[in-house]
Ligand binder design. Structure first.
Ligand code: HEC
Ligand code: HEC
Length: 261
């Protein structure tokens, strides 16, 4: 009887209760109109980010036993020289603010207005000499070259059609929701376990081709086989197994029939 109750309770829970809760407790300071952008950014930063990144962006190296995400030994890394580029990426993807310093950042609903994001990006940029927000031109890129570059640099983690996959210690997300600017930013930042690619490793021109390819991969034509929802190697492997099992069982039955007769 008790398990019936457990199932009933599980069914009664709204699906949202089972998913990750959105980061709660966002502070929206009531700055009077005309407040300089960097000042508003500082107030937003103080209320939502300083607990992990330090009161002036210096980072929080140690927080008792708590370890930060990725290789960060503490609550959060220093933001002194990450620039507008990194802040824009982490805020517009909803990766920040993180709910727990030990978690991998992931795409979630953005809880700041566009103006508030611009303000925080301006504040983080004011902390040091970091790079600005990039301006990619995917229309100048070449899809075939992009496929080639993506296969050698990115597909190992994100899978060749950019549907994402698992890497040791984390998840490489699908790129279906990433904008051109976010792709350009991610390649230069190397968020979490992703490596950073300098302009020597991937030039801005090559980056345009990669972005053009990712845009193409969102709507590829499924020539030469079933797409199986383009979910990647795991379902593809499972489908292969299903076919293999049916074939194996069929041949066993045939063999058994022959042995009997
Ligand atoms: C070693 C594995 C690895 C490689 C190689 C890699 N990535 Fe990533 N990538 C990741 C992980 C892990 C994340 C998630 C980062 C996080 O959660 O903070 C990510 C995130 C991203 C994002 C943000 C996705 C989103 O919308 O949330 C983009 C865009 C991206 N990668 C593009 C690329 C491109 C383009 C390349 C090749 C030039 C590449 N990645 C190579 C592991 C990898
Ligand atoms: C619970 C702790 C926590 C909070 C709150 C938080 N962060 Fe972070 N932040 C982290 C950790 C941990 C990382 C490292 C994640 C990674 O490696 O991808 C990070 C990474 C970043 C980065 C990337 C730094 C780099 O090296 O490029 C930026 C930018 C950033 N955070 C901005 C913010 C902003 C802006 C806020 C407030 C809106 C915020 N964070 C709130 C913990 C936090």
């Amino acid at each position: 009887m008790r398990w019936l109750l457990v199932i009933a309770v599980a069914l009664a829970l709204p699906p949202a209760a089972l998913a990750d809760p959105p980061p709660s407790g966002i502070v929206h300071p009531s700055a009077p109109p005309g407040t300089p952008l960097v000042e508003l950014g500082y107030q937003l930063y103080a209320g939502n980010c300083s607990s992990c990144h330090g009161s002036k962006g210096e980072g929080v190296p140690k927080l008792g036993a708590v370890e930060g995400a990725g290789d960060v030994p503490g609550a959060g890394p220093s933001l002194r020289s990450v620039g507008a580029l990194s802040a824009d990426f982490y805020l517009r993807t909803g990766y920040m603010p993180l709910d727990d310093p030990g978690h991998q950042p992931h795409r979630s609903r953005v809880l700041f207005s566009n103006h508030e994001i611009e303000a925080m990006v301006a504040y983080v940029a004011s902390l040091g000499n970091g790079p600005p927000v990039p301006k990619p031109h995917p229309e100048r890129g070449n899809v075939a070259e992009g496929l080639h570059l993506f296969t050698s640099h990115c597909a190992g983690c994100h899978q060749v059609v950019a549907r994402g996959g698992y890497v040791t210690g984390g998840v490489a997300p699908p790129l279906s929701n990433s904008t051109a600017v976010q792709i350009a930013e991610a390649v230069r930042v190397g968020p979490y376990l992703m490596p950073t690619f300098s302009p020597h490793a991937i030039s801005d021109r090559q980056l345009d081709s990669i972005i053009a390819y990712v845009a193409y991969a969102k709507h590829p034509d499924d020539r030469g086989g079933w797409s199986i929802g383009r979910l990647g190697p795991v379902p593809e492997g499972l489908v292969t197994w299903w076919i293999a099992i049916v074939a194996l069982v069929a041949s066993c039955l045939v063999l058994a029939g022959r042995l009997k007769s």
